[in-house]
Design a protein. Sequence first.
Length: 274
Amino acid sequence: MLQAAISELTTFRWELADEIEHLTRHGFDRISLWRTKLSDLGFEQARTLLRHSGMRVSSLQWAGGFTGGDGRSFRESVADALEAIETAAEIDADVLVVHSGCRGGHTRTHAHRLLADALDVLAPAAFSTGVTLAIKPMHPAAATGCDFLTDLGHAARWVRRFDHPALKLSVDLWQFGHEPEHTAVLADLVPLTAVVQVADRRGLPSVERERLPPGHGELRLEPLVMALLEHGYTGDFEFELVGETVESLGYDHVLRHTRVAADAWGRRVPAGAM
């Protein structure tokens, strides 16, 4: 079976207890947690629910913003990320998703330096707790206020140059799945990839585009998933589905549909690939 997880953004209006109940009913045993929802519930209660249910945390989202675009200082962003690493370790999350922050008024060189300076502190802290930091590049049309790393290949080269065992990539097929060459590129990215996000869409990426369930848009997601699996990717595929379509279909319908799609993809992978 495909290692399929559901992001809490998909079931945004549900509390964690409801999410665990419904995900379990639909055959999911992995969830990507959103720090804001975790904070609203209370860390201790969330940890108890997760451990009693056996639900595995595929990733914790998110930390970052080291360039100051969200109004925080560099030091505040690093402190927040250290707290997020500690939280990830406490809830047994293998991965913490990291956003670089927008370029803002910085030169590109200085923005890169700020990210590198932050990771000089964060990567050793993550490594010591067994957490992997997953840098998430975003398509330039969807990255406003979030990321200056807006090219998948560029982000991969950056991670290779930084060269730390606790630093990998978060690859979002919604962001980059429309580019045919990425079917081949993904094979090279497998050793660098900590987690993969999945969603369909219509049209090119933008901040307004919905993150649709598989098959509800135009992306050829299956060949991308197959390329990753056939070249040795063994991590989680997080279905992060957001927008009016998800709300109108209803969360249970979306979960049921996603389980069917994930199982169908998993059955098509050659034996031994997963």
